[in-house]
Design a protein around this ligand. Structure first.
Ligand SMILES: Cc1ncc(COP(=O)(O)O)c(C=O)c1O
Length: 395
């Protein structure tokens, strides 16, 4: 397959130093520079290799359950006055879009001769997906998870254990995703000869933001074809996805970036790195980041563990800067309302993360999203993992 050339507004390849405009790059300790270069070379050659592409496509089809459908939401559309379509990543194996990325990275790890995967996880979905791929490929797997997230995502911890992975709770900092990333990176530094760091979003040092976006591009490519079928050859007016690190949004946007669709990323109000952050360096990349006047990373807060992250992938910072995508926020209460709304009108219980995107559509319909518009929302995952927490919050 041809690797697309460098024009970041069309979501092609970043610059040779891994930049999207002034964002991205590779801010890692000396000991990881070689590992990042090895990974970049392995990905570049695999992505251009028909045999790799064909094995990846077969796994996505036969194992992950792709293509996922696009569902027209008739009752919700009637209620909101806009035509809502959902891209159903909740129906992918393991219950979220995270499987697309890890199947690709596990294949790469095998190509590079690595026997062990380490990963970080917030909501637990990326951890479950990584543990799943590790089992599929017979690789050892260690997942770092903030102690707070271990509590609120107990079901996913259990699933990872069942799949044969070791979950290591992280007690430093805010004991959430950003701290888990720090620990996973530390592990990788110490074990780089045998270990692949299976990063879960479009963040971290080059080549991760580019590689993970390419592995998630399948969401947008499929959705574009499917929307055209449903909409009689048209693209949607609005394309939305929630943004934690930004992988489901990047994969979705990649399919629509060269259409007239307005691209909207929805951040958690308490973790809005584009909304409230400033440029800085974290986790190996330069991007927008919640930080104080001394450059110390601030703690994010969201009811959804997967959006509880003070940074954002660098390509999103770039898309915001050049104005190709817009980033908005949703707060905890309206997210719970949206979760209930989608459940009651369509019989689909979303994860808390994509409920942010639904919440924004519910708020903006008839206003920033004019009545009669067509709207595609990527439903990045299903709500089972959040059921216990939501039960408590809704009483
Ligand atoms: C269902 C779901 N959606 C979204 C996210 C956020 O990740 P990203 O922004 O990389 O898609 C997560 C993260 O755990 C998730 O589990």
């Amino acid at each position: 397959m041809e690797v697309r050339s460098s024009s970041p507004t069309t979501m092609g390849e970043p610059s040779p130093s891994g930049r999207f405009g002034s964002f991205g790059g590779r801010f890692v300790p000396e000991s990881l520079v070689g590992a990042c270069k090895e990974l970049e070379a392995a990905f570049r050659s695999a992505w251009a290799d028909d045999a790799f592409q064909s094995e990846y496509a077969t796994l996505l089809r036969e194992y992950a359950g792709r293509p996922t459908p696009v569902t027209e939401c008739r009752r919700l559309s009637d209620r909101l006055g806009v035509r809502v379509l959902l891209k159903r990543e909740d129906l992918a194996h393991t219950g979220s879009h995270k499987i697309n990325n890890v199947v690709g990275q596990a294949l790469l790890a095998r190509t590079m001769g690595k026997r062990r995967l380490v990963a970080e996880t917030g909501a637990g979905q990326h951890g479950v997906a990584t543990a799943t791929a590790a089992a599929l490929f017979g690789l050892e797997c260690v997942v770092y998870m903030g102690a707070v997230d271990v509590q609120r995502q107990a079901l996913n911890v259990f699933r990872m254990n069942l799949l044969g992975a070791e979950v290591r709770p992280v007690d430093s900092g805010s004991r959430t995703l950003k701290d888990a990333i720090n620990e996973a990176m530390r592990d990788w530094v110490a074990s780089v000869e045998t270990t692949h760091y299976c990063l879960g979003s479009v963040m971290g040092p080059h080549p991760y933001p580019w590689m993970v976006r390419e592995l998630q591009r399948v969401i947008g490519d499929e959705a574009r074809r499917q929307c055209r079928e449903v909409l009689g050859g048209d693209d949607p007016d609005f394309v939305l996805a929630c943004v934690g690190g930004g992988s489901n949004a990047a994969g979705t946007f990649a399919g629509f970036v060269d259409t007239r669709a307005a691209l909207i990323g929805v951040e958690a109000a308490g973790g809005a790195a584009i909304g409230h952050g400033v440029p800085g360096v974290v986790h190996g990349m330069r991007s927008h980041l919640l930080q104080d006047e001394y450059g110390q990373v601030l703690e994010a807060h969201s009811i959804s563990a997967g959006l509880d992250y003070p940074g954002v992938g660098p390509e999103h910072a770039y898309l915001a800067e050049v104005g190709r995508a817009r980033y908005v926020e949703a707060g905890d209460d309206e997210v719970l309302d949206a979760l209930r709304l989608l459940s009651e009108t369509e019989g689909i219980i979303p994860a808390l993360e994509p409920a942010h995107a639904v919440a924004y559509v519910a708020r903006a319909a008839g206003d920033e999203i004019p009545t009669g518009s067509t709207v595609l929302v990527t439903l990045s995952g299903r709500g089972d993992k959040d059921a216990a927490e939501v039960m408590e919050l809704l009483g």
